[in-house]
Design a protein around this ligand. Structure first.
Ligand SMILES: O=c1[nH]c(=O)c2ncn([C@@H]3O[C@H](COP(=O)(O)OP(=O)(O)OP(=O)(O)O)[C@@H](O)[C@H]3O)c2[nH]1
Ligand SMILES: [Mg+2]
Length: 296
């Protein structure tokens, strides 16, 4: 073992997936950080066998964390958490094969009432219908900043901000509509195209493209509280973008033709949509996970 390293063992375990990882923690303070800033703070743990960021990267990451006014870790002691760069490389690296669910499991049981943070009444109604009899849902409408990034990054960040805002456990969701001809754009930015074009014009986005195929993606995140790593549940449904058919009550429902039936979401009975929808599939995964964790 390297004499300049402390070795720490962490259990990143869930009921079904016990895993133990060993981190090497450098003894010396990071280059580029003043000694004084480290007095109350131990060095960030580093995943063994990862390409380690250079000291200058760690230093600028640290500064970014401390200077971003929206960052939930701002002014928090972060010595027990791997950096987000580490977490990202952890989940996109080889270790992913060993983790069946992306659950860096909550340390405590999930409360028997879930606080779903959304400002979208149609989403809320669907989630309530799908989770009826499974768990009691409460709702708070908190105006959350949504970052740019992949849907996973957007949803994780949303969950962290929501948990920070209400200082407790939260469920959030982010929905994407991805067009194959556009390499999955607009994805998480579909909301802004809907606001600009409306359901009657949305299909014109693919005028000029032969491939009209689209995928609806729903990603839920449960976050135990401020400073905790969110757990993600994702569902995807294939279809295509069509000229609006059916009621234009909910977002792009009338422009998304489900591949299985040839009906738009808006033409389907709600209960039928919920069985095959991106949201229904994501919530099936959440239900399975909750069954093992809800505090009853
Ligand atoms: O036809 C639809 N069928 C659906 O099943 C569906 N789910 C979401 N949407 C729309 O897609 C955008 C997602 O943006 P989004 O995830 O950020 O939601 P939001 O900002 O409305 O609420 P929230 O972020 O407070 O939860 C928003 O325009 C939503 O209206 C849907 N449209
Ligand atoms: Mg939103």
């Amino acid at each position: 073992m390297d004499p300049n390293q402390n070795q720490q063992t962490f259990n990143l375990n869930s009921n079904s997936n016990p895993h133990q990882y060993v981190f090497n923690t450098p003894r010396a303070p990071y280059q580029g950080q003043p000694e004084s800033s480290l007095q109350q703070q131990q060095p960030l743990p580093q995943f063994e066998s990862f390409p380690q960021p250079q000291p200058s990267t760690q230093s600028s990451l640290h500064q970014t964390l401390q200077s971003n006014p929206h960052d939930p870790y701002k002014n928090k002691t972060i010595h027990n958490l791997p950096s987000r760069d580490h977490v990202r490389s952890f989940f996109s690296g080889n270790f992913i094969q060993n983790i069946k669910h992306l659950d860096m499991a909550p340390t405590s049981a999930v409360p028997s009432q879930l606080n779903f943070i959304t400002g979208n009444k149609n989403k809320l109604a669907e989630v309530q219908a799908i989770l009826e009899g499974v768990i009691e849902l409460r709702n708070q409408n908190v105006d959350l900043v949504e970052i740019q990034g992949t849907v996973e990054e957007v949803t994780r960040d949303k969950a962290r901000r929501a948990a920070e805002a209400i200082q407790g456990p939260v469920l959030v969701e982010d929905t994407c509509l991805c067009f194959k001809a556009m390499n999955d754009l607009p994805g998480p930015y579909i909301k802004w195209f809907m606001l600009a074009l409306g359901p009657l014009e949305l299909h014109h986005m693919l005028d000029g493209f032969d491939d009209k195929s689209a995928q609806a993606v729903c990603t839920f995140a449960y976050c135990e509280g401020p400073g905790h790593e969110p757990v993600l549940f994702q569902g995807r449904t294939d279809g295509k973008l069509v000229a609006s058919r059916g009621p234009t009550v909910f977002g792009w429902d009338s422009c998304f033709e489900y591949g299985g039936t040839g009906q738009t979401y808006a033409e389907m009975e709600k209960s039928e949509k919920n069985k095959i929808s991106h949201r229904g599939k994501a919530l099936d995964k959440l239900k399975g996970w909750l069954a093992r964790r809800v505090d009853v």
